[in-house]
Design a protein. Structure first.
Length: 202
């Protein structure tokens, strides 16, 4: 059983490391920059089985790698993970099953708010947060595919999530079945453990 004290200590360690390496990066010359701490951590998590790949419909109609998710903490009430983006979201905006927050670790993107209402530029170092029912989508600038990294946290799941299609809400499962990407998706339930969970099913 993982104690609350151990979990808090672990999160503090992550935040301290995050602040240290973020400040270090800001003072490094471009030619001296090397692989960042979160990229190294992501490789280690992948080796031990804690990386999950998510797919979306590509321009050719086939499933395409959308994101790699690297789990740090996974529980009923809180999840913390590192995200690496490989493509933009579909034009159909989506909501979430939980309230969430995040920080851009590297590169940045445009976040389209609401039903494609307006866009905000999210740069490295920016924080953001949103409610479960808040619609948005992420747009990657050309040439940044695979170079966008974020720290992403969620609270307790409170609802099903989905996409807004022609102003009508469609569940995520139904949406993925319709566009042919449902079968290649992995499930969040396939990953077990509170601290640095690993895939144990499938």
């Amino acid at each position: 059983m993982i104690s609350l004290g151990f979990l808090c200590t672990f999160l503090v360690d992550i935040l301290v490391s995050f602040v240290y390496y973020t400040q270090t990066e800001q003072h490094m010359k471009p030619m001296e920059k090397t692989e960042m701490w979160f990229e190294k951590l992501a490789k280690w998590i992948e080796k031990r089985g804690g990386m999950r790949e998510l797919y979306r419909k590509g321009e050719d109609g086939q499933p395409k790698l959308y994101m790699r998710r690297f789990y740090l903490v996974k529980s009923k009430y809180f999840e913390l993970m590192i995200h690496q983006f490989f493509m933009s979201d579909a034009k159909d905006v989506h909501d979430h099953p939980w309230a969430s927050f995040g920080r851009i670790l590297k590169t940045g993107y445009l976040e389209v708010i609401g039903d494609n209402g307006y866009a905000l530029e999210r740069k490295a170092g920016d924080w953001s947060c949103r409610g479960a029912k808040d619609f948005h989508r992420v747009y990657l600038k050309p040439g940044t595919e695979g170079k966008v990294w974020t720290l992403f946290g969620t609270l307790k799941r409170v609802r099903k999530w989905g996409f807004l299609v022609n102003r009508e809400w469609v569940s995520a499962d139904e949406y993925f079945k319709d566009n042919g990407t449902f079968e290649v998706q992995t499930s969040n339930d396939q990953y077990r453990g509170v601290i640095l969970p690993k895939k144990v099913v499938g």
